[in-house]
Ligand binder design. Structure first.
Ligand code: G4P
Length: 543
């Protein structure tokens, strides 16, 4: 009987959970949209709070001096709020100069992605990169085209760009009525109603939008004064209805079709309607792949995996936090779990709920939630925690680094500390480490997706291991793993404009100066199978 209640409880909690991450290029408005979503979700009462909180944090104490010095946020956080009975988890991906492998890893814990696009700029490089990771996971993608209150590109052109460049079918759920100075609102194609934009009425606080259904007398009067925008809208809607696809939930859930929304996060416009549609169409917590196949989130026993580790959030305590995505069952404070990689048993006594930087203690969590665990060095990226019979999730791959540098230790007496530090930071996932194939060249090559990772590694080597290091940047920007290993590479013979290195698992990796050289190598060696991410099975185990 108790078991049945527990099961029903889990089922219900999973049903009402929606988890997502926002992917965007810096300045597209991610912070602004996040704030507005929190505002509508009732988690904050006045927009500006997230930014203010960041500012306050910098003014008081921060987890890393470097973060203070640079005035940026290295840490990514999880924001949780309720809306219309849903429990929403927004995984905040670091996005600015702080772009790192963590940004990709966070997507490994997300069930849905919101692709935020600046209407004036269209698709930008960071968005494209993050999109590729979402595509790899088959995540449903919801597109929000932002800053409609400013002059932007033709909406049809933006839609076309998404279709052509990303190979995603689009379904515009709403469509703008004008843009920039002439932005009058949006037309919701599914609900067949107009949401009118009032420039002065929106801002810090939540505001009720004026909504007029199609065919309502009020609308005629309004549209009379905005004939130009209306005629344009009518033509475009006819075009979309005529040639566009219809909304297909299955395609959305498979990440093949993206519902598109237009709006202006800064003025709150289009945020509420986006959130409502998003909650209707987003995937609830998904079943993750494990050694036992896909495991249903409603399974009774708790399980989850570590997708991110963070050191020294609080300089006074020098602690580390392991971020765990709950995949199944019910997590309870003080529960005892098994650690798949080491076979050890652990009691999880200080779990944390994460809201921005504030930490509240957490009592329970379900699939789709993220918990923070204190980690005195026992967790690695991809580790599975479980209750019951042995379970191991598929893990998180190493993503293609774009920056490479030899890390030098100029002081031979610090050799041991240097080795220890490099090895621990690698295990923790702070950076990827590669080595030259020439045994005489022992200096590790740091391989990162963002410059900040280098700085973090150097900073931590100095502050935690007492080793001052030097970096010699290498002129490569692209890495490709050779899928069939060393024999395949040998069979291919000489590869022009590339150097061969090995990763931490002794697997061959080719480094190229640019994409053009990669294309050339592919053309010259059609049998050589190259991959932008490390093969998974080995990537999760530590050497
Ligand atoms: P990010 O986190 O993606 O980097 O972007 P963020 O929200 O910080 O927004 C970048 C800039 O774009 C900010 O302006 C922000 O106000 C503006 N912005 C965001 N959404 C909209 C929108 O819907 N319309 C318009 N017109 N602007 C928008 P800023 O001048 O850099 O900062 P602030 O002084 O306004 O905070």
């Amino acid at each position: 009987m108790a078991d049945t209640i527990q099961q029903g409880d889990i089922q219900q909690e999973v049903e009402r959970r929606r988890n997502f991450a926002i992917i965007s290029h810096p300045d597209a408005g991610k912070t602004t949209l996040t704030e507005k979503l929190l505002l509508y979700g009732g988690a904050i009462h006045e927009a500006g709070a997230v930014k203010a909180r960041r500012a306050q944090r910098h003014a008081t104490s921060d987890w890393m001096e470097m973060e203070q010095q640079r005035g940026i946020s290295i840490t990514s956080t999880v924001l949780q709020f309720n809306y219309l009975g849903y429990q929403i988890n927004l995984l905040d991906t670091p996005g600015h100069q702080d772009f790192s492998e963590d940004t990709y890893r966070t997507l490994a814990a997300a069930d849905n992605a919101v692709m935020l696009v600046d209407a004036a700029k269209g698709l930008e490089p960071q968005t494209r990169k993050l999109f590729e990771v979402c595509k790899l996971r088959g995540l449903p993608i919801f597109t929000f085209i932002n800053k409609l209150d400013r002059p932007g590109r033709d909406p049809l052109e933006l839609i076309d760009e998404i279709e052509q460049e990303l190979g995603l079918q689009t379904y515009p759920v709403n469509w703008p009525l004008g843009m920039g100075d002439r932005f009058r609102g949006i037309y919701d194609r599914l609900r067949q109603e107009f949401h009118l934009f009032e420039r002065t009425a929106h801002g810090k606080r939540e505001v009720e939008e004026t909504i007029i259904p199609l065919g309502d007398g009020q609308l005629d009067a309004y549209l009379e004064t905005h004939q130009f925008e209306y005629h344009q809208l009518k033509d475009e809607i006819e075009l979309l209805d005529g040639v566009g696809e219809s909304l297909d939930l299955e395609q959305i859930h498979q990440g093949k079709m993206t519902p598109v929304f237009f709006g202006s996060a800064m003025t709150n416009f289009g945020v509420k309607i986006f959130l409502e549609h998003f909650l209707t169409y987003a995937l609830k917590p998904i079943a993750y792949q494990s050694n036992r196949g896909k495991v249903s989130p409603t399974e009774e026993n708790f399980s989850g995996f570590v997708f991110k580790l963070q050191a020294n959030m609080d300089p006074k305590h020098r602690d580390r936090v392991a971020f765990v995505r709950v995949c199944t069952g019910k997590f309870e404070k003080d529960m005892t779990v098994s650690h798949a990689r080491t076979g050890k048993t652990l009691r999880l006594s200080h779990p944390q709920k994460l809201f921005a930087q504030g930490r509240e203690s957490l009592e329970t969590a379900y699939a789709g939630d993220v918990i923070g665990l204190n980690n005195p060095g026992m967790f690695a990226i991809g580790d599975t925690l479980y209750v019951g019979s042995k379970l191991e999730y598929e893990g998180i791959p190493c993503f293609s680094p774009e920056l490479f540098a030899h890390l030098r230790n100029p002081n031979p007496s610090k050799f041991k500390q240097f080795q220890k530090g490099v090895s621990e930071l690698r295990e923790e996932g702070a950076v990827q480490i590669m080595y030259s194939v020439d045994e005489a060249k022992r200096d590790p090559i740091l391989a990162a997706v963002g410059q900040l990772q280098f700085e973090v590694v150097q900073f931590r080597l100095l502050s935690e291991y007492g080793v001052e290091t030097r970096l010699d940047t290498l002129p490569y920007t692209v890495a490709r793993w050779v899928l069939d290993g060393w024999p395949a590479l040998e069979a291919a013979g000489r590869i022009f404009n590339a150097i061969t290195v090995k990763d931490s698992w002794d697997r061959p990796v080719l480094l190229f100066k640019n994409d053009w050289n990669v294309q050339q190598a592919i053309a010259d060696h059609p049998k050589l199978r190259l991959s932008t991410i490390a093969p998974l099975t080995q990537a999760v185990s530590t050497k």
